[in-house]
Design a binder for this molecule. Structure first.
Ligand code: ZN
Length: 364
């Protein structure tokens, strides 16, 4: 059977803009209500680095303008209702300051996997303990054991993989096969071990499996698709949001001049040709794909992997800040479909899988 696992990146805009109530608490409340109607389970990947900053601000100014207490209550309540909360870290919030209506982050620590081992070990340890101390008052046996990197940054792999293992993290869920970024954060997951089947990570390369690996990768499901599959209303909404809340590129040493020089090397015509003819990494994103697209993807997965006789997680990704009313209607059709196809699919959280079966499956 296939366990549908919905992971929600819970955070404000990447450049530090935005109100945590509007971008995190309110949409997640709607999402949880929708999921509860169908018995679906949400795994909230909470960016603990920013939540720590929201708490500090409340304690220093005696004013909870970043809604820390509502965030805490929401995460505790989610756990009590059978959902899950796990760890997401945007390291640039460490050392950040709130100024001129936005969090001015420590951009030198933006690219997570490039940080030195000691710093990674320290940051992951602080965030994991914070999350456990936040949840354990309502569920004493709660453990933080699953991780998603900021901007999916798991390459170069060695430092971050060791830092996760040595902090007791068991599962990473950052990789999406075919994914490639070469700007502020760089990675190339084209050769990832699988689009769906979990693997134990070779510490030198998150994309490779190793029978002795100690950290399990449960990838975000991804396919290669033509550009036409990317045209959805919610994707346009995301593009609009991204253009309004741009990163201050100059702070990364990635200047406008560099960008335009790079752009000139390729003509507009050849870029357009590439866009239309090449295939692109299409993540199973429950905010940006339509319900219909998600149902079709699940059917393709079932066809490709039905021969496996163990439960396989199908990880989709979303962002609380992108959950619109239109998205809600479309996602509901997918939840209905999964709820009605009980012989093939079920709603899952990470702790429900027998991870030992994946070691045998990842034998090349
Ligand atoms: Zn994030």
């Amino acid at each position: 059977m296939f366990g549908c696992l919905f992971t929600l990146d819970y955070e404000i805009h990447g450049n530090g803009d935005g109100c945590p109530y509007e971008l995190m608490v309110e949409p997640t409340e709607r999402l949880l209500r929708l999921f509860d109607q169908y018995g679906a389970k949400l795994t909230i990947m909470a960016d603990v680095a920013e939540i720590i900053k929201f708490k500090e601000y409340w304690q220093e100014h005696n004013e909870d303008v970043f809604y820390f207490n509502q965030i805490k209550q929401q995460l505790q309540q989610a756990i009590l209702s059978g959902h899950d909360v796990q760890l997401h870290i945007h390291s640039s919030y460490f050392g950040s300051k709130f100024s001129n209506g936005s969090w001015d982050q420590n951009w030198l620590e933006y690219s997570l996997a490039e940080l030195p081992y000691d710093r990674l070990f320290e940051i992951i340890g602080i965030c994991k303990s914070f999350l456990e101390e936040l949840i354990q008052p309502v569920q004493p046996d709660y453990r933080c054991s699953v991780f998603r990197a900021a901007n999916w940054s798991m390459s170069p792999s060695y430092n971050i993989v060791q830092a996760l293992i040595n902090n007791g993290i068991k599962i990473d869920t950052s990789v999406w096969k075919y994914g490639k970024w070469d700007k502020i954060v760089q990675f190339d997951y084209s050769n990832a071990h699988s689009d769906l089947i979990p693997w134990y990570i070779d510490p030198n390369d998150v994309c490779r499996n190793s029978l002795e690996g100690k950290l399990l990768e449960i990838p975000i499901y991804c396919e290669e698709r033509s550009i036409w599959h990317f045209i959805t209303r919610n994707r346009l909404f995301r593009l609009n949001q991204a253009s309004k809340h741009k990163h201050p590129a100059s702070k990364f040493g990635y200047s406008a001049a560099t960008q335009s020089a790079e752009k000139k090397t390729k003509s507009t015509v050849s870029k357009l040709k590439g866009l239309l003819t090449k295939k692109h990494a299409w993540k199973l994103d429950f905010n940006q794909c339509t319900g219909k697209q998600m149902i079709k993807a699940l059917e393709r997965i079932e066809k490709k992997y039905e021969h496996l006789d163990c439960d396989i997680p199908v990880v989709s990704i979303g962002h609380s800040k992108l959950f619109t009313a239109q998205n809600s209607r479309s996602l509901e059709s997918f939840l209905k479909y999964v709820a009605n196809e009980q012989s093939k699919y079920y709603f899952a959280t990470f702790d429900e899988f027998d991870t030992t079966t994946f070691r045998a499956l990842s034998i090349p």
